[in-house]
Design a protein around this ligand. Structure first.
Ligand SMILES: NC(=O)c1ccc[n+]([C@@H]2O[C@H](COP(=O)([O-])OP(=O)(O)OC[C@H]3O[C@@H](n4cnc5c(N)ncnc54)[C@H](O)[C@@H]3O)[C@@H](O)[C@H]2O)c1
Length: 402
């Protein structure tokens, strides 16, 4: 990239938009020194007070109230798109056409047609970088276990058992928002299932077939909010109710193309689980497990344990694990790590790529739109399986998973 600085904008200042804004703010303070100066230019949100407050809090030069203003701005090179999934396509296409490098939140969209169009737009944009935000792949424990399993040290993968349970929709009188609208499978399955399926494929490789799909809506209507709803907040509501269109709970089994099987469950109505992403991977000669309630540690059953003392051990993460050294302000062993750190690592990887920093000098690149399309095809197969009473559905191998 020939520019001597990179101008950054974030579209959407809601729950995840603020994490992107904070990520860019911290990104230059972590890892190497190869980046040109990064200018935090604008935060855009349709709700002006939120745009203004977020820009001020995270040190951006200005705020805007429309994404069109970001697309038209000459001083912006890099844009995160962090709004409702169904809005992604229109905004991303316009940004790419305007020559902006785009980091789009997951999932790419609500429909496969949109996702295909977004891949085509990214291809047409040539050198412009188009990536999808998948923060959990950058959680040090998940990245470490992924490397360990793929290295073969634990032997061939037999089974991935994963769940992503959240409780943000437990209250049937919580306000309806964009999350509850959309086609079958656009609820918990798309929202948190997109993360879980990416992680499953990090371990098992591309999924070939999905079976036993189920989709369940626990609360079929929710009240209309009286004002703005940000993220999972409980805004004041009216006495009018609207139908919930998508799933509160979903589950399915997968067969990986390379062999091995998996079971995946997601929920947004799991009482007592605000953000429980957890999985266990069973391989021929060992096992590994991770639970996001304790993101600074992993558990391992290694093949070289002697029989008398064998069993699961807890490993506290530190500078010997991915993303830690130079990636945390205090990068000492055992200091802990959280979901927000993943947004910093993600922003740094994106800025490095846009700036032309070689991957060997940087972090693993963020996933591309083709991987985002594959993820949606996998979620689509799970939906199709559920709608067909649990039948086996092949996933079109549209692209490599990672
Ligand atoms: N990676 C993660 O961990 C993670 C976590 C949460 C959400 N997400 C993703 O981030 C995206 C946003 O989710 P969220 O929870 O932050 O949503 P949110 O509802 O909290 O925020 C969305 C924001 O977009 C604004 N908005 C709506 N229409 C707009 C427009 N036309 N132009 C500009 N702004 C507009 C709204 O005012 C709101 O502030 C989704 O794609 C979601 O899947 C990712």
């Amino acid at each position: 990239m020939s520019k001597t600085s990179i101008g950054v904008a974030v579209i959407g200042a809601g729950m995840a938009g603020k994490a992107h804004a904070a990520g860019y703010r911290s990104a230059t303070a972590v890892f190497g020194e190869a980046l040109p100066p990064v200018r935090l230019v604008s935060v855009a949100d349709a709700y002006e007070p939120l745009a203004a407050a977020t820009a001020r809090r995270f040190g951006f030069e200005r705020f805007d109230t429309s994404w069109q203003a970001i697309a038209a701005a000459d001083d912006i090179d890099v844009v995160s798109v962090v709004v409702a999934n169904r809005l992604h396509r229109q905004i991303v296409e316009a940004l790419l056409a305007a020559g902006k490098n785009v980091l789009c939140e997951k999932p790419l969209s609500d429909t496969l047609d949109d996702a295909r169009a977004m891949v085509a737009a990214a291809d047409a944009a040539g050198e412009t970088v188009a990536r999808i935000g998948l923060t959990f792949l950058r959680s040090p424990g998940i990245a470490f276990l992924g490397q360990l399993v793929r290295s073969g040290r634990l032997g061939r993968l037999i089974n991935f058992d994963g769940a992503y349970w959240t409780d943000y929709a437990c209250d049937p009188n919580g306000p309806i928002s964009w999350r509850f609208k959309g086609p079958a499978g656009s609820g918990a399955l798309a929202d948190v299932g997109s993360h879980l399926t990416y992680i499953a494929e990090l371990f098992g490789g591309p999924v070939a077939t999905v079976r036993g799909g189920t989709l369940h809506t626990a609360y079929t209507s929710r009240p209309t909010p009286l004002g703005m709803v940000v993220g999972h907040e409980h805004a004041a509501v009216s006495d009018r109710r609207e139908p919930v269109e998508n799933d509160d709970v979903a589950g399915f089994f997968v067969d990986f193309a390379a062999g091995g099987t998996g079971s995946l469950q997601v929920s947004r109505v799991a009482q007592g689980h605000p953000n429980t992403l957890k999985f266990e991977v069973f391989c021929e000669r060992g096992s590994a497990s991770f639970d996001f309630r304790h993101p600074g540690q992993v558990r391992l059953r290694l093949p070289d344990d002697d029989v008398a003392s064998s069993g699961y051990r807890t490993v506290i993460l530190g500078p010997e694990h991915p993303y830690w050294r130079g990636g945390l302000a205090m990068d000492a062993p055992g200091v802990g790590v959280g979901q927000n750190d993943g947004f910093v690592f993600q922003a740094r990887a994106f800025l490095d790529e846009v700036a032309g920093v070689a991957e060997s000098e940087s972090l693993p690149r963020n996933a591309d739109f083709a991987a985002g399309l594959h993820n949606m095809a996998l979620l689509g197969a799970a939906t199709e399986s559920a709608l067909a009473g649990g039948s086996a559905v092949d996933v079109p191998l549209l692209a490599a998973a990672h």
